[in-house]
Design a protein around this ligand. Sequence first.
Ligand code: SF4
Length: 516
Amino acid sequence: MLAFPSTYTVGITSLGYQVVWATLAQRADVDVRRLFTDQGDPPHRHCDLFGLSLSWELDGPVLLDLLEQQRIPLWAAERGDNDPIVFGGGPVLTANPEPLAPFFDVVLLGDGELLLPAFIDALQECRSAPRPERLRRLAQVPGVYVPALYEPRYDSDGQLLGVEPTEPGIPATVAKQTWRGNTLSHSTVITPEAAWPAIHMVEVVRSCPELCRFCLASYLTLPFRTPSLDDGLIPAVEKGLAATQRLGLLGASVTQHPQFGELLQWLDQDRFEGTRVSVSSVRAATVTPELGRILAKRGSKSLTIAIESGSERMRQVVNKKLATEEIHAAARYAKEGGLTGLKLYGMVGLPSEEEADVEATAALLLALKKATPGLRLSLGVSTFVPKAHTPFQWQGVRPEAEKRLKLLAKRLKPKGIELRPESYGWSVIQALLSRSDRRLAAVIAAARGRHESLGGWKQAYRAVREGDASSSEPLPPPWEEVIHASWSPERVLPWEHLEGPLPKATLLKHQQEALG
Ligand code: SF4
């Protein structure tokens, strides 16, 4: 059974989910059924495996509802020989699986292309063995993390000392696996019920070489990989366009592909008349009038660029190599090419940010509006959330961010610039899930039914911390320390036993370059 923690419409639009499903479905020795929160294939009488693909922190708690619905014990420790092995993967779990670790038997760290076949092969070899033996065997597969075989140790003040194997022969660290083949993924299901109806999605790049200091999409998935145009991208696009006229080009920053211009020229051919092409966020510095023209001709209305901040100083701090003039040029070119809108993405609450930096963001938007009249501008803005395996993993969420979101609204809304702020409360919940250790699992269980509100999480956190005084279970650290505090580089991180692409020393160096 392969589950997605949302509706069919959302889940089937996830390329990651589609690819895992297709990889499993292609195997003669696996009979895979799909499960979404609103529908699913009829369950198999006996299910050996229950998988969950997670791409957003806030989806994690939905796992518990799905497990309950399938009558699978919620806690891994309570599962027996006849219960399925519950496994998960995706960026959220690869970055920091610890808060959800007690609910999973297995977490796959890294790219599915390598991990899934190795995981299934290993499981087939020991399928009839007792559960503990199967788990021990799986823990030997590179990139397969079996949380039950690792135990956290704390000092008397509740500080984490490390997460260590519970028995000899289990690797002390688990390294994320990286796919280095020259093809990347594309849709295997095209359906009118997807959030983008009938879209064929093609992954153009994986990771991003820019290394913006907060960016999980870059740091966690390094190195930057691109399929070749002739043997990778064009065949993948052709395949989909034989079945639909809607194409989505995906990736952290698609215009970074060295042959992106050639791909667009190829899509400019008359035989693609009627085809609609959408691209995910592009790098502002790579926008050209030609890009605007071809996207407009192929049905795109707007272009999306991430600026992070309107302040040059702030962009330098986060390593966003983008001049204000390049943002203005991107807006001009988008308009000249025939696009009618420009969506910008920014953040507030970045480390070292001051109110003047936020004023600079408002000023930039107002200047863009003046310089490119008629181009519809919108600003999506979120609060900085520290992510594991990035140089800003030691930085906390800044409470000032909430006020700064309001400041942007005050400056921009009266001037007719659409502002799409992400809820500050959601960012705090994200930080809780991205930065906590295994002690959060009890809170996740306690927050069931109220996990969509910050108040619900706070109540659950308090209840667990103040709970049964006679319990020997270690209590989670104070809320403030997890969410808002900046952590010392000496602090043992909850994900330190899991190896990301870059060593801690390099991340610290990047943090120092940013913040001094
Ligand atoms: S350019 Fe975008 S995708 Fe690349 S590192 Fe920066 S924020 Fe991440």
